[in-house]
Design a protein around this ligand. Structure first.
Ligand code: SAH
Length: 238
């Protein structure tokens, strides 16, 4: 069994990489920017693929996540993709900083394409998540929410409108892109997202994100250890 994490930022993956002592495989995806780490946990191969960096900063966003996911699935053939990272969430929906959620759906909130239903449906994404996501969340006592993806850290009124209209809860910049590739290649996907900022909390998003990043990433590490434990010990196949 092979599990592959897709992670955008070094800060999000580092605590986890250190915990499992997994090793970097230099140049595996060259000349693409994504980076591979590989190890083994409870007899399961564990890959962590980072989107990589450009000009000294992490490649956040859909384009880099698409490249990383496509490359990872085609080269590594994982049984399950896990997109793990930070997100914004909504106080009005009961969210708090450093809470970790499991995704129960995934959509785009900033693709406004006029046209008939087919165009609208395609723009929104709404890709399936791994069928075992709900059971995992219930067993581990974790909250669930719908991941909603856009290309910006801030939230414009039109984004909020779309998010509210379609029940988005966990605002990130990669989830739906990863889900899109997984749908094309029929690879199941699990989302594990930790809250760095509250989109309706009144604070400036980047400042709040930066202030809570390490706390949220530590919570993400703890949650991912539980998730890995569950996946490698409690279930057979995906
Ligand atoms: N300059 C920043 C950029 C981080 S972008 C830095 O390097 O520190 C934010 C990242 O965290 C993205 O990968 C995104 O998936 C996630 N994220 C956290 N809060 C978010 C929010 N409110 N909206 C969108 N993405 C968010």
């Amino acid at each position: 069994m092979k599990i592959c994490y897709i992670v955008a930022m070094v800060a999000e993956a580092q605590p986890f990489i250190e915990r499992y002592g997994i090793q970097k495989v230099e140049g595996f995806f060259a000349p693409l920017p994504c980076q591979l780490y590989e190890g083994e946990v409870n007899g399961t191969t564990l890959y962590v693929v980072l989107n990589g960096q450009q000009n000294g900063s992490d490649l956040v966003g859909c384009e880099a996540a698409t490249v990383a996911t496509l490359s990872a699935i085609q080269r590594l053939h994982p049984d399950l993709i896990i997109n793990s990272g930070t997100c914004g969430a909504f106080r009005a929906k009961g969210a708090d900083i450093a809470e970790v959620y499991i995704g129960n759906g995934v959509m785009f909130h900033d693709r406004r394409v006029p046209g008939d239903d087919a165009w609208g449906t395609q723009s929104l994404g709404n890709y399936p998540v791994w069928a075992g996501s709900q059971q995992l969340a219930a067993t581990l006592g974790m909250k669930m929410g719908k991941v909603t993806t856009g290309s910006s850290l801030d939230m414009q009124p039109c984004d909020l409108e779309m998010i509210q209209q379609h029940g988005g809860e966990l605002k990130d910049m990669e989830g739906a892109a990863v889900g899109f590739v997984c749908t094309l290649l029929t690879t199941p996907i699990l989302y594990v997202k930790s809250v760095t900022d509250l989109c309706d909390g009144g604070a400036e998003t980047f400042e709040e994100f930066s202030r809570n990043l390490s706390k949220a990433c530590e919570a993400l590490r703890v949650a991912n250890e539980r998730v890995i434990d569950y996946l490698t010990k409690q279930i057979q196949g995906f």
